[in-house]
Design a protein around this ligand. Sequence first.
Ligand code: SF4
Length: 150
Amino acid sequence: MPTLARTSNHRTADLIDPGGAQKSCPSAPAEPGALLIGVVGPEGVVQPIPTRLEIDADFIARASKAGTPEARFRFAGRCVEGKCRQWTGNSCGVIEKVLAGMTDQAIDPAAGLPRCAIRGSCRWYTQRGGDACRACVYVVTDQRADQLAV
Ligand code: SF4
């Protein structure tokens, strides 16, 4: 199964607002206070974690022993908008690239919306609704340049 990868390039800070006023980045770096929202499965498809699981420095240290955490897990943090190089001025460019990449590679979107701990505040869901969620399971955050990994 092809997966979509993208760079994590910004800090999270004090993270998730379940009420949604402060938007959440659903592909954030592993930082203390971030939420663990998914685990990358054996075929590169993310298995969502629908409950709120906040990570700490100890989790990051242990996860890092086996490689880059962002290559194996998905984390959510605070959307920093204009402080992120993916910000286009009024929206997140990442989900637009992901959706375009899926179209280009003829990747079928997931059948339904995964259960998700951050839907109330998610930047991508706010921006693209259910289409974002059906693409979300194919996104793997890592430290490399934006690319489609097949
Ligand atoms: S795009 Fe949808 S499934 Fe992915 S993190 Fe946002 S709300 Fe959750």
